[in-house]
Every structure is written in structure tokens, then in C-alpha cells.
Design a protein around this ligand. Structure first.
Ligand code: AGP
Length: 589
């Protein structure tokens, strides 16, 4: 969702801000803008892609050594040039960019209008600029003006503000939305993610909730919302600028699909003690709950099957967005395992906060260092799969699954499982070799309007994931189902040629799943079987390598599903990296 970047240093700010916004495009946005300060503010903004806007607005010609940029994913106010950020105050004293939602904006707007402020947009964000301008009438220094602004705001926000009277300082404030300070030499950055400044520095200070930063080119000061000074140290970010290139691939999504063997190897290189400690928290829990959204929910569901099957541990899995509506019996004896690639998904964070309010111990799995979820958790293990730019989760899913397997193998002390798990990246590599065949099948079914994905047991969460991938990337209606459930209603939708992707590896689900496929075939379905060997029941066969243990098939069979979705998108001439209407991390509820 919205991306923000601020720069203050000795170089021309606009090219730096422009490149940062391009690196954050993956977050999803509909408009963008940049402000720099050179004697006075210069502001350019508009609707559409940054590169298209640049052709018209020449962002990189803007002068000044300090400034800020923004990509907006509309929430309050339509997609218009006026609503794009940066926003300014009516006397031009203040310019701001904001990510989040100001809940009390209409009351503030009324109050500010009564004081003579004129608004130029219909956003919630604009009130911040006017509030700061108003505060600066009564407060001499930026710190107390900023404190008075945050005292008036309700909601979630990360915002940056610059003032005409003190243009050598950028104000940053964080409440419930990430904001990171990048520490350079003679230059500093403020951004909603490390991608904003990773090309210039790997030294990052992750702001905590209810903190304000005053950033000049050589100095950064932090305060909490009561005005108390805070001392914070930079951490080194492991990601590199080369992670942000597509390398030899046409799309980030395809690159990330191919990166999976390496990503899983990195995931599995966890410190043994940390995994042991994590597993022991799961073992000690009287009640175990697991949660996530979208793809991460599918990983959560798989963990439920795995824990029951391998470690005889009972768990309850729920969609994070449903926590309020399901009266789960969570208490101080419960542990909640929250799973999220970004660690910023609002639904997950709100489930975590609800669970914590009931005394639950929260542990988590995330991919992005310093994310909000990790901050809210008692313990976090990182998937370490590197940045995932494609909006659709691919390598982050298989890495989550690999890490969950590692934790489960520790929980049930299954050394054999762990040994096979360590070998799993080799099998993922082999699965990738069938790419050309997957492409053929994707093109063969290009005219299908509905797809079904079915599997039993731990292949059911993978069937759900296969359907989600196809929907996101190709905009084709798809449904994932437990194979045995089809005959209870959905069978009515099967017509001649309806494609059904069958998760059918040779494990204990094999025969029953085949029987279900026969029922589907008898009604005209075209069965696309994913297995290690062909079967007469399959109309089309997608091969995966034979594994030494059945338990690992969910990791390997995810690969053809991802490729099927990718090529279905390519065949339809869509952009698989940035599917319409979607954002990489969903920071609204
Ligand atoms: C996955 O392909 C989707 N983009 C989406 O479902 C995603 O998994 C979901 O929004 C949760 O994101 P998170 O893992 O960052 O919490």
C-alpha cells in the first residue's frame, strides 16, 4: 500500500526519491508525487505509474537537497491528482506525506476550517499539514509542534513533514504503521520500507510505535509521544540492492519462483537453539491457535495438519480477519502463532492485539526484518527468503512452509523428517525443470473461465493456494477444495472440459483422491493430475519429482501451481508482478 520516502543530504534529492518510489512500486499504488525544497517547496504529483508521470512532470529535474516522495493507494478520497500526496498547508508553510488512516479527520477538518484553513483535497491526510502549520503558530520548535500534532491525531499513521521555516529537518512520526530511518554518510532517509534506501545504506533504525524522529543530514533525534528522548541504534539490513533486479527473468514473479531452492536453503539455516525454543513454546501451550491471511493462512492450515499428524498437537486455525467474530477460548494458557510475509498485514496485527489483550503469548513467523508483527511478538523466526517483490506470494510461501516443517520436526524430534527437509530444495529444483510443460498446459486452458484445485489432507491447503495464485495472477475464477467435498454440491458446476487440478502425489491420499477424480471425470471434467507418474485418469499430467518421504510433497507440488498461474497471466497478456486492485502488504482492515 502507500509508500513513503524522505531524503535529506548533500545530493540532489529528486533522482534519489524517484528511484526509491520505483523500488516501492510493488507495494501497489494508483498515484504518486514528489516534493523538494529549494528556497521554497516544489511539488509535482499525478495519477498513474511513476515512469509515465515522470515523462510528463520530469520529477528528476526538481532541485533541492531535501524532499519527500509518496505512492498512494487510495482509501479516503478518489484517485485524483488533488488527492495524491504530497499535501501542503494553505500558507505553504508545511508539506507532508502520509501512510495510514486518520480516523478523526473530519472533526479536525471542521476545526481547522473554522480557523480559516482551506483544503485542496478530500483525503484524511491533508489535515496533518494544516495541523502542523497551526501548531507552529504557538510552538517555536519543531519538536513541540510535532508533539502537539500527534496529540490531536487518532488512527494509524506514518507521516513525514517538512517546513519552510526549518527546511534542514524532516519530521517523521509513527503510530501503527512502519517507518524506518536509513542512516547514511552526510545523508539520511525516512521510509516505509528498507527498499526506499537500500541502494544507499544498509544501516536502518526501525522506529517503534508512538515515536517521532527529527532528521537532518547529519543527525537523527528520537522522542516518544510524551517528548522523552530515546536512544536507538542502527541494525544492518541483510538485503542487497541486487535483490531488486529481475536478473535474467522477465518478471519478479518468475524470478522469485526460480529462487525457491536458494530461498528454502536460507530459511532452513536457522539457529538450532532458536527453533528449539520456538517449538518448546508450541509444545507447552495448553491451547494452540494459528492465524494468517491469504497465502499465509494456507501455510497456517498446513501447519495444523502437520502438527496433528506428526506431533499429535491439536491446534485451531483461523483467518486473522475473523478473530472478532469467532469467540475463541483464548486465555493466558494459549499461544498464538501468527504467520505473515510482510509482518504488516493489518488483519494479522489486529488479531495479535486482540489475543494479547486476552493474555495470549504471541509467537510469529515473518520475512521482513523489524516488521510490526515481530515487535508485537514474544518470539519471531524469520523466513529469510529475501525480499519478495511480486505481489503474489511464491517463495515466501514455500519458505514459510519449510520453516513450519522445521519447527514441527523439532516439536516431534523427527530427525529423519529434518534430514529430508534439508534435501527438499534439490527436489524443488527438479520441479522447476518441468516449466515448459506447465506453460503448455496453461496455454491449453487459456479459454477456461473456471478452474478447480482439489486435494486431500495436507494437499488441501495447497489446493487453496493454487486457486488463490490463479485468481490473483490471471483474474480467472478459481476454487480450491478438499477433494472429498466436491460431491457435496460443487459437482453441479462441472461441465464438459471444466479444468480440475488434482493434487495427487503417491502418498496415503493417492487412491482416495483418484476416486474423487473419477467422479469428476464422469461429469466431463478435464483432470490435470499433479503427481510423480501419469495415470489413465489424467487428461493432462504435470510431473513432480518422486520424494523419499510423502510428508514433503506440499512444498514441491506448490511449484507447478505457481508456474501455472504465472503462465496463465502471461498468456492473457497481464502483468503478473502487479495484479490489478492488489497491494503487496494490506495495511487496512
Ligand atoms: C498472496 O499471494 C497474496 N498477495 C495475499 O493473500 C497475502 O498472502 C496476504 O495479504 C497476507 O500477506 P502477509 O503474508 O504479508 O501477511
Amino acid at each position: 500500500m502507500c509508500g513513503i520516502i524522505g531524503y535529506i543530504g548533500e545530493r540532489n534529492a529528486s533522482p534519489i526519491l524517484f528511484e526509491a518510489l520505483r523500488r516501492m512500486e510493488y507495494r501497489g499504488y494508483d498515484s504518486a508525487g514528489i516534493a523538494t525544497f529549494d528556497d521554497n517547496f516544489i511539488i509535482k504529483k499525478g495519477i498513474g505509474k511513476i515512469s509515465d508521470l515522470d515523462k510528463e512532470l520530469n520529477f528528476r529535474e526538481m532541485q533541492g537537497t531535501a524532499g519527500m516522495g509518496h505512492t498512494r493507494w487510495a482509501t479516503h478520497g478518489g484517485v485524483t491528482k488533488e488527492n495524491a500526496h504530497p499535501h501542503w498547508s494553505c500558507r505553504g508553510e508545511v508539506v507532508i506525506v502520509h501512510n495510514g488512516i486518520i480516523e478523526n479527520y473530519s472533526g479536525l477538518r471542521e476545526f481547522l476550517s473554522s480557523r480559516g484553513h482551506k483544503f485542496t483535497s478530500s483525503t484524511d491526510s491533508e489535515v496533518i499539514a494544516h495541523l502542523l502549520e497551526e501548531a507552529m503558530k504557538n510552538h517555536q520548535d519543531l519538536k513541540s509542534a510535532a508533539l502537539s500534532v500527534v496529540a490531536s491525531l487518532k488512527g494509524s499513521y506514518a507521516f513525514l513533514a517538512m517546513t519552510r521555516s526549518k527546511p534542514d529537518t524532516i519530521i517523521g512520526a509513527r503510530k501503527d504503521v512502519p517507518l524506518i530511518v536509513g542512516i547514511g554518510r552526510g545523508e539520511n532517509f525516512l521510509s516505509s520500507d528498507v527498499f526506499g534506501f537500500i541502494d544507499r545504506t544498509n544501516q536502518a533504525i526501525f522506529m517503534d510505535n508512538k515515536e517521532i524522529a527529527l532528521v537532518t543530514k547529519d543527525q537523527v533525534e528520537f522522542f516518544d509521544f510524551t517528548g522523552k528522548s530515546i536512544s536507538k541504534k542502527p541494525a544492518t539490513v541483510a538485503w542487497e540492492v541486487s535483490d531488486f533486479s529481475k536478473k535474467e527473468f522477465l518478471h519478479f514473479t518468475l524470478k522469485e519462483i526460480h529462487e525457491q531452492p536458494l530461498a528454502i536453503r536460507q530459511t532452513l539455516s536457522q539457529e538450532v537453539e532458536a527453533v528449539r525454543e520456538f517449538a518448546s513454546l508450541i509444545l507447552k501451550a495448553k491451547n494452540l491457535f494459528i492465524t494468517g491471511c491469504g497465502t499465509s493462512f494456507h501455510a497456517a492450515l498446513l501447519m495444523k495438519y502437520l502438527l496433528a499428524r506428526k506431533a499429535k498437537i491439536r491446534s485451531e486455525v483461523f483467518l486473522s480477519s475473523e478473530i472478532e467474530h469467532q469467540k475463541y477460548l483464548m486465555d493466558g494458557d494459549s499461544v498464538l502463532l501468527a504467520i505473515s510475509q510482510s509482518g504488516e498485514t493489518a488483519d494479522v496485527l489486529s488479531a495479535v492485539s486482540e489475543a494479547k489483550s486476552r493474555g495470549v503469548k504471541v509467537i510469529s513467523i515473518a520475512n521482513v526484518m523489524g516488521c510490526s508483527l515481530a515487535r508485537e511478538s514474544f518470539k519471531t523466526l524469520y523466513t529469510r527468503c529475501g525480499p519478495e517483490i511480486g505481489v503474489a506470494a511464491t517463495k515466501s510461501f514455500t519458505s514459510q512452509v519449510a520453516l513450519l516443517y522445521l519447527i514441527a520436526s523439532e516439536a516431534c524430534s523427527d530427525l529423519a523428517m529434518r534430514k529430508f527437509l534439508i534435501e527438499s530444495p534439490d527436489y524443488v529444483e527438479q520441479a522447476l525443470e518441468f516449466e515448459a510443460r506447465v506453460q503448455e498446459i496453461a496455454y491449453k486452458y487459456m479459454n477456461a473461465n473456471d478452474f478447480y484445485f482439489v486435494g486431500r489432507g495436507d494437499h488441501y491447503p495447497i489446493a487453496l493456494e493454487g486457486a488463490l495464485k490463479l485468481k490473483e495472477l490471471s483474474y480467472v475464477h478459481a476454487e480450491g477444495m478438499a477433494a472429498g467435498e466436491f460431491k457435496h454440491g460443487t459437482l453441479a458446476l462441472i461441465e464438459k472440459g471444466t479444468p480440475v487440478v488434482l493434487m495427487n502425489p503417491p502418498d496415503e491420499t493417492y487412491v482416495q483422491t483418484l476416486n474423487n477424480a473419477m467422479e469428476l471425470k464422469a461429469r466431463g471434467a478435464s483432470v490435470i493430475g499433479i503427481s510423480t507418474r501419469p495415470n489413465a485418469c489424467y487428461d493432462d499430467f504435470l510431473q513432480i519429482p518422486e520424494l523419499p518421504t510423502g510428508i514433503l510433497y506440499p512444498i514441491v507440488e506448490s511449484v507447478p501451481l505457481q508456474m501455472l498461474a504465472y503462465f496463465s497471466s502471461i498468456g492473457r497478456k497481464l502483468d503478473p508482478d502487479y495484479p490489478r486492485n492488489l497491494a503487496k502488504s494490506v495495511t487496512v482492515i
